[in-house]
Design a protein. Structure first.
Lengths: 226, 831
């Protein structure tokens, strides 16, 4: 069953007098529970595609659907519930709130939703990811791998249907990166969450269900891994 | 090599911070130039021509007829052609319309021909003063004509004489402002003095002899001769150079307070400059690290950023000057009623030059530390792995010490009084220390809090955001607000003590210069309940055998022992007095002459029961031993006396009687008319009218002081703005995170609003606490009056403060709220 669909999505950026086409008429369908990797070289448009798929940005042309809901023209307040309960985000730069502890960072989306068991869920997730002893530490007191694990817990606390991950191992060494990726995949499989991950690493692409390759803003390849 | 492009890029890349820096400099310039120009305007218009201000070269001032040797010396010098002299007598008396219907307390000046030797008395008719003030005529203030509803040509009863109003007074050279007076001015010719019957022995009259010396070089010599002739009487012989003009003293005192607030504003503006520069340089830290990695030396970097600060300082200076010019058009309205219309307030070139120099020094002083710390930025900051060391190292202490010395010098130069300057610096230090400690305590109490509300919880966390200047914002704002709150509280208490509330039954009309022989009839006229107090004029010449130096005493800012006192005698305490030292008012078993003193006297000079005071009463030295110290149990305008003697000591001395009574307001005018008709020598002072005038002047003065103090609030607000700008990246990041995680705009708005509300509330409450303690001390100790906390009004002040900080913070935060998540994320990815 399709959980996410794009039709003819295009995006341009204007820099001075130049108009740069970043995405060129991309149409995609992503199935529920699928692990999709969007691959491409630097400047291929993969991060831009991710921001459009997740509603963080609007396309100049085309439509984006989340479970038959057209989110293309929704305003920020209308997108807020989707971001809180339907989506989860994991970024290369972690993006944890510096003034909140690891536990508070993870709790936050659940508290926004009014979940009375936010603390319990956050503690369980942090325990599951090996951060039980680091719950009351602030982000600047955590290592890169710990920060990313914390960000993954935060992305999962509201049981989102889709996780968007933009180069989640980009700022980590190979050992930490592999550990974080493994954790992400384990949790994704446990919960049946759809995972859309952007990377330029072929190794990561190998573990995906499907790989979409972008070049110059276009899909040049869309392969299902056996 | 100066890289101007680098300097330009730094400024254009940090427009918000640069704007705040410029505004802080502009604010300090406006304060310095406005106050400096005001001083210059007043001094050049009113005070420069000191001869006109005193109408003479030498001024002899006495409270009775000058001693015979002095009068002879004057006559001798005049006969020898060395001087010219002219006397005048100044006193209060009630003048009455012919026919006896209306009367008015007026300030009379009976002048001999020759007055004034310098300056001109301007009249409405334009005619010369000497021509118009002939025997039988009066020259009066327009206010008198308006109050009594008479015109030129009408007659007035003054004392025992009836005189004709001849002209209207426009300007008097030795009294350029008249708000000190309890009544309008009336000029009378000296030829009519005897006929008035008001300047006899015992009357409360200022006897002034003006002297014009023929040869200016003989000024000092002549003054010395006259001083020697005056002997040790309390007659003051002064030249125009050293005479204390009341007008000058008033403006000196006003400028004193304005300068205090100006220095405070300068200090806060300096902190604003420093915090803005710290924030600006913090943003540039990576750039600086990269430059150092490429080989740039600290000297190069510091030099270029110094260039940035000097250019910004120059822009701020120009804006400040423009602001000062604009302010000049508003100042006449602000000072109206206090300065004569002919005084032109304008920006003074000297004040501009002085302001620019001081402004430059302040900029250099407050930017020294942020610029110096650029030395400590290492190339590894590129990787964001720098931990800032402790700010309190040797350089910080040296720069802080230089700053303290600079401000102390500023205080001493502008206030011209070492003791007061040191007290001011101490008070300022205590204020900032108190604000700092209370702010730290408040933040510590807030740190662990976990309120139920999520936006409030996030707002609390935001206060402790890395690099957030919550502590410095609260300290600066609460210190500035404490000053404004204190002015408001002290003013309200002064109003309550002297203006608004007359305790029921307290006397509201005073009668002075009643002769002993008139007392009984006068008492019958007033009826029962009136108080009658004998008054003997005297001075203090020594305490415990140590002579008093009247000149030295008169230089002190408050009341002093150098003046003449109203001594009285009685054998019991008044109903609003109690003893604080001594078993009884007087000791029954002592053969010595005794005196009871009010605690106010003990504050002027340390003394205690058993000490001796030597008085000079009607020229006779009287030494008395202090038998008790009294204090008043009520504030306000009820009669009280600093020195009380036993009845037996002074009852035979020449004296007048002072009476005080409670009269219904509607009866006062009629009573005054009857009294002046029957006892023309008696002056009637309607206190309710006096305190209304006093209240109006007080209100005007406190408006002026508050206006200039509000600049310090502006400085505090600029620091809030600067801090928000400094943390805007962190705020944008938080706003984006919240949005990404599903928070609506309203949530983010409420979090920022709550954070600013907490800052404003904390600042307001701390300011309130400090101001309540400070105002209590000022009212009880310095002003010797009761204190009321006015909690309702105080809470309104706190509320207003909180709203102000919240609104300013939100206004600056709105662009942050509008930031789209994707723009931020893209910038992060690009990095």
């Amino acid at each position: 069953m399709t959980i996410l669909q794009t039709r003819g999505v295009a995006k341009n950026y204007r820099i001075g007098n130049r108009e740069i086409k970043v995405l060129d008429e991309i149409s995609l369908e992503v199935a529920r529970g699928e692990f999709l990797v969007v691959k491409g070289e630097s400047g291929s448009g993969k991060s831009t595609l991710l921001t459009i798929l997740s509603g963080l940005d609007r396309p100049d042309q085309g439509r984006v659907f989340i479970e038959d809901l057209d989110i293309t023209d929704l305003n920020e307040d209308a997108l807020a519930p989707l971001r809180n309960t339907t989506f989860g985000f994991v970024f290369q730069s972690f993006h944890l709130v510096p003034s909140l502890t690891a536990l508070e960072n993870v709790m936050f989306p659940a508290e926004l939703r009014g979940d009375p068991d936010a603390r319990g869920k956050a503690e369980a997730l942090l325990g599951r990811t090996g951060l039980a002893a680091r719950m009351s530490n602030f982000p600047h007191q955590l290592s890169g791998g710990e920060k990313q694990r914390c960000a993954i817990c935060r992305a999962l606390i509201n049981d989102p249907r889709i996780i968007f991950a933009d180069e989640p191992t980009g700022n980590l060494d190979s050992i930490n990166g592999a550990a974080v990726l493994q954790l992400l995949l384990e949790l994704q499989r446990e919960r049946g969450t759809t995972l859309i991950l952007v990377t330029h690493s072929p190794e990561i692409a190998q573990s995906a269900d499907r790989v979409v390759t972008l070049k110059d803003g276009r899909v040049v390849s869309d392969q299902t891994n056996g | 090599m100066v890289n101007l492009r680098f300097i330009g890029r730094q400024m254009s890349g940090a427009k918000s911070q640069c704007s705040v820096f410029v505004l802080c400099v502009a604010l300090s310039m406006i304060t310095l130039v406005s106050l400096g120009s005001f001083r210059q305007s007043v001094e050049s218009s009113l005070l420069r021509d000191a001869r006109s201000l005193h109408a003479a070269d030498i001024i002899i001032h006495a409270h009775a007829e000058p001693p015979a040797p002095l009068q002879s010396a004057v006559a001798d010098l005049e006969r020898g052609g060395e001087i010219k002299s002219a006397r005048f007598w100044e006193f209060y008396s009630v003048v009455q319309k012919e026919g006896g219907e209306d009367s008015l307390l007026s300030n009379l000046k009976v002048v001999e021909p020759g007055y004034p030797f310098y300056g001109k008395v301007l009249l409405a008719s334009g005619r010369p003063f000497r021509e118009q003030l002939t025997p039988g005529s009066l020259i009066v203030d327009q206010a008198l004509l308006d109050r009594l509803r008479i015109g030129v040509g009408d007659k007035l009863r003054v004392g025992q004489a009836t005189l004709t109003v001849r002209d209207v007074l426009l300007q008097e050279p030795d009294r350029p402002v008249n708000f000190f007076a309890l009544g309008p001015r009336v000029f009378v010719s000296a030829a009519d003095r005897e006929a008035l019957g008001l300047t006899g022995r015992g009357s409360r009259v200022d006897h002034v002899t003006l002297i014009k010396v023929k040869a200016p070089k003989d000024l000092r010599k002549t003054a010395a001769v006259l001083r020697a002739a005056a002997g040790d009487s309390r007659v003051r012989v002064e030249t125009y150079r050293n005479a204390g003009s009341r007008v000058k003293r008033f403006f000196d005192n006003l400028l004193f307070f304005l300068n205090l607030s100006g220095i405070f504003t300068l200090l806060l503006s300096g902190f604003g400059i420093q915090s803005t520069l710290f924030a600006l340089l913090k943003e540039q830290e990576r750039t600086i690290a990269v430059m150092k990695a490429l080989g740039a030396r600290s000297r190069f970097i510091i030099g270029h950023f110094l260039g940035v600060t000097l250019i910004l300082g120059f822009i701020g200076t120009m804006i400040g000057l423009a602001g000062s010019l604009a302010l000049q058009s508003f100042l006449p309205t602000l000072f109206s009623g206090l300065i004569p219309a002919q005084v032109t307030l304008k920006v003074s070139p000297f004040a501009v030059a002085q302001g620019m120099l001081i402004g430059l020094l302040v900029v250099l002083l407050f930017t020294a530390l942020p610029l110096y710390r650029l030395k400590e930025v290492k190339p590894r900051a590129i990787f964001g792995k720098e931990e800032s060391g402790s700010i309190w190292n040797r350089a910080t202490w040296i720069i802080a010490g230089a700053g303290a010395l600079f401000f102390l010098s500023m205080v001493l130069i502008r206030l011209r009084d070492l003791k007061t300057g040191l007290y001011f610096m101490l008070a300022l230090t205590l204020l900032i220390l108190a604000a700092y400690l209370l702010a730290r305590l408040t933040l510590r109490m807030l740190r662990g809090r976990e309120p139920e509300s999520l936006p409030l919880r996030q707002a609390l966390k935001g206060l402790f955001r890395p690099h957030n200047a919550s502590l410095s914002i609260i300290v600066t704002l609460s210190a500035a607000l404490a000053v404004i709150f204190s002015i408001t509280l002290v003013e309200k208490n002064l109003d309550a003590s002297f203006i608004d509330s007359f305790p029921p039954g307290a006397p509201n009309v005073f009668f002075i210069d009643i002769q002993p022989g008139q007392k009984e009839e006068f008492a019958r006229m007033l009826g029962p309940g009136a108080g009658h107090y004998p008054i003997v004029r005297g001075t203090v010449s020594a305490v415990n055998g140590t002579p008093i130096d009247p000149e030295q005493e008169r230089r002190s800012r408050g009341d002093n022992l150098g003046r003449e006192f109203n001594l009285t005698y009685r054998d019991r305490l008044l109903s609003d007095e109690r003893l604080i030292s001594g078993a009884s008012l007087f000791r029954g078993d002592s053969p010595e002459t005794q005196v009871s003193v009010l605690d106010t006297v003990v504050k002027m000079r340390k003394m205690k029961v058993g000490d001796t005071i030597t008085f000079r009463i009607q020229g006779v030295p009287v030494t008395a031993r202090i038998s008790s110290v009294r204090t008043r149990t009520s504030g306000g305008l009820t009669p009280y006396f600093y020195f009380v003697f036993p009845q037996a000591v002074l009852s035979d001395a020449p004296h007048t009687v002072f009476s005080a009574a409670r009269i219904e307001k509607e009866r006062i005018s009629d009573l005054q008319n009857r009294i002046v008709a029957r006892f023309p020598n008696v002056s009637v002072i309607d206190l309710t009218e006096t305190v209304t005038v006093f209240g109006r002047i007080m209100a005007r003065l406190s408006t002026i002081v508050r206006f200039f103090t509000s600049f310090s609030i502006a400085a505090g607000v600029l620091i809030v703005v600067s801090s928000i700008f400094a943390t805007r990246h962190a705020r944008i990041r938080e706003a984006v995170f919240f949005t990404m995680l599903g928070a609506k705009k309203r949530f983010v708005f409420v979090v920022f609003a709550a954070e600013n509300l907490l800052l404003g509330l904390a600042s307001g409450i701390i300011a309130l606490f400090i101001s309540q303690v400070g105002s209590l001390i000022i009212c009880r100790r310095a002003l010797d009056m009761s204190y009321h906390p006015y909690l309702g009004e105080s809470l309104l002040l706190v509320l207003a403060t909180t709203l102000l900080v919240m609104l300013v913070g939100l206004a600056i935060s709105i662009p942050i709220l509008r930031q789209k998540p994707v723009v931020f994320l893209r910038e992060q990815t690009d990095e």
